[in-house]
Each structure stands twice: as structure tokens, then as C-alpha cells.
Ligand binder design. Structure first.
Ligand code: PBG
Length: 336
């Protein structure tokens, strides 16, 4: 059987889109998005002790480090072109209390890590996490009274945390607690305490997600957590609500917006970017990392290709940057 040439068909549009995919040079000329190490923020876990790095079983390849090791790791990351690092403290059960007082101590492990990194690499941006969960005996991001996570008393504590972190040299504060009114309260406290230039990257659209499981192992929160976080973190079914939260946080003084988790929520990233046009970040969370690594370890996925494809997807969705445990590996690959 013979066929007439395709171009003879009345339906042929002569737009052969494959022409621009034919060679690597052509593909690179028409590529719409580029990933660079400067798009990456590296989340790290810090703990008490000296000269120790320990693995986190549910996050293969990710380490928990003592504060004396973190400066050197930050320096390596900065040399790879990664502009920012985000600190998460591991707190054992015996340091957790009902009043969460350790949260605003300048000598807690997170605040010591801020100073260690600023000493080692002054030009690197240091980001923090603001929430009570690493210090709370209940494992919640806010104070628990009669089974309820209370809002306003929690905000007072978050403000104290924020001011201590700013005093220790943090460049970017990351309120991840999802209490109402915290951005405005933190912003006014920064203004009145001589920290007008400290930026806030608000965890604005943070969903009550099952993808945070490995992170809670990494920071020692899995055992502590009583119940779930659904009365403050968002319902995964909602998207309009995220837009209301973004408008609210921007009006209260947030400089940048975060969507979290990342890969299952790229539609939210796109909506934030399109509707608000503000610096928008996505967090490729622990469970997303664990999922990819588990498949890699089984030989089912190729590590480097899946890592890069997943990170490019954030850029395509409109993200200005990504918090990712892959940051050093991805930056190494990008640097060639
Ligand atoms: C805590 C916090 C969480 C993450 C970042 N900050 C966990 C949670 O809300 O339970 C999750 C990050 C990850 O899964 O990689 N406020």
C-alpha cells in the first residue's frame, strides 16, 4: 500500500514542530526556561554535639549536622553558586516543653547555626523556620490549650522567635506555622526593633500534607506530634483559599511567597505567579525527595535526570526558586 506525501494532505499545516527539536543547539536556542544554581535554596538539618554528621534513614543522602560542621557545608554550597541555606533544628524529646521557651533562646541550635554560617560565609543568605514544632512537647506549630492550637498567644511567641533570629543575623525569615496575623505582627516587630531590611519569605500556601513525613523524622517531631495539623495548614482540595492567603500575607508585609509541598501543587505556584507577579518559591518537600530516592534505589528511575526534570518543572510553573534537598547535587550538575 502506498500513501500520498503528507504535504499533499489538505490537513497538513506545514508546521513541523519537530524542526526545532532536531539538534541540541536548536533546542537550547528555543528553551523557554533555564535552571541555575541561583534558583536553589538548600534546607539543612542541624543538631547539638560536635563533629558529627548522621544519615536520616527516610531521606537517603541527606545528613543531620552538628553546628560546628555547618559552616563548612554552607561554604561548599555557596561556592557551587547556591545563594541561600535554610536551617531546621533537630530537638530531642527532653528539650521540648509546653512553654517552648527554647524557641526564642539565642543559644538554641538553630540560632547558633545562623551565627556559624554568617561567620563562615557572610555573603550567603541565611533563612530560618519560624514555628514552635521543634520545641513543642505536643509537636504542633502552635501552643496547645485544651486540645486546641491557639492562634494569638502563638503569634506572640513567633514574634519573639523572629526577633531573636534577626538579632543572630538571619537574612530571610520563614514563618511556616500558618497562624493568622503572624506576618503583620513579625513585620511590625522588625520595624520597631531596628531590623527594617530583614526579609520575610512566608510559607503562605502550606498544605496539611502527608509528604512531610520524612522531615518530621529528621527533626525528631514524628514521635511528638499529637493528632494532625489540619486546623491550621490548608486543605489540599483548595486553591482559591491560597490566593486569599497570598493577598493577606502581602498586605501584612511579606516580601516573598512560598507554596508547599511542591510537585503536587504546581498549579498553585502558577496561579500565585500569574495572579500576583511576586517572588514565588516552592518547597520540594521531604516526601517528594524520599519518593524519588526510593525509586532510584530500586533502579526504577535515573537520579540525575529525574532530579533535573523535577526542578525544571518548578521553573516552568513560574517559581523564582526552589527549596530542595537536591540543591548541592543539582548545582554540581549544572556547573558541569
Ligand atoms: C515545620 C515545618 C515542616 C516542614 C518545614 N517546616 C513540617 C510540618 O509542617 O509538619 C516540612 C518540610 C519537609 O517535609 O521537607 N513547621
Amino acid at each position: 500500500m502506498t500513501f500520498p506525501p503528507l504535504s499533499a494532505s489538505p490537513l497538513f499545516s506545514s508546521s513541523r514542530l519537530r524542526r526545532l527539536r532536531a539538534t541540541a543547539a536548536l533546542r537550547s536556542m528555543v528553551r523557554e526556561n533555564v535552571l541555575s544554581p541561583s534558583d536553589l535554596i538548600w534546607p539543612v538539618f542541624v543538631m547539638d554535639g560536635t563533629d558529627t554528621e548522621e544519615p536520616i534513614p527516610s531521606m537517603p543522602g541527606v545528613l543531620r549536622r552538628t553546628v560546628d560542621c555547618i559552616g563548612a557545608s554552607a561554604k561548599d554550597a555557596y561556592a557551587l553558586g547556591i545563594p541561600a541555606i535554610c536551617i531546621f533544628p533537630y530537638t530531642s524529646m527532653q528539650h521540648r516543653t509546653q512553654d517552648c521557651a527554647l524557641a526564642w533562646s539565642p543559644d538554641n541550635v538553630a540560632n547558633r547555626a545562623i551565627r556559624a554560617i554568617k561567620d563562615a560565609v557572610p555573603d550567603m543568605a541565611v533563612m530560618t523556620d519560624i514555628a514552635l514544632d521543634p520545641y513543642n512537647i505536643d509537636g504542633h506549630d502552635g501552643f496547645v490549650e485544651n486540645g486546641e492550637i491557639v492562634n494569638d498567644r502563638t503569634v506572640d511567641a513567633l514574634v519573639k522567635m523572629a526577633l531573636t533570629q534577626a538579632d543572630c543575623g538571619a537574612d530571610i525569615l520563614g514563618p511556616s506555622d500558618m497562624m493568622d496575623g503572624r506576618i503583620g505582627a513579625i513585620r511590625s516587630a522588625l520595624e520597631s526593633h531596628a531590623h527594617p531590611n530583614v526579609t520575610i519569605l512566608s510559607y503562605t500556601a502550606k498544605y496539611a500534607s502527608a509528604f512531610y513525613g520524612p522531615f518530621r523524622d529528621a527533626v525528631g517531631a514524628s514521635a511528638a506530634l499529637n493528632g494532625d495539623k489540619k486546623t491550621y495548614q490548608m486543605d489540599p482540595a483548595n486553591s482559591d483559599e491560597a490566593m486569599r492567603l497570598v493577598a493577606r500575607d502581602l498586605s501584612e508585609g511579606a516580601d516573598m511567597i512560598m507554596v508547599k509541598p511542591g510537585m503536587p501543587y504546581l498549579d498553585i505556584v502558577r496561579r500565585v505567579k500569574t495572579e500576583f507577579g511576586v517572588p514565588t518559591f516552592a518547597y520540594q518537600v521531604s516526601g517528594e525527595y524520599a519518593m524519588i530516592l526510593a525509586a532510584v534505589q530500586n533502579g526504577w528511575l535515573d537520579h540525575d535526570s529525574v532530579m533535573m526534570e523535577s526542578l525544571m518543572a518548578f521553573k516552568r510553573a513560574g517559581a523564582d526558586g526552589v527549596l530542595t534537598y537536591f540543591a548541592p547535587a543539582a548545582a554540581k550538575l549544572l556547573n558541569g
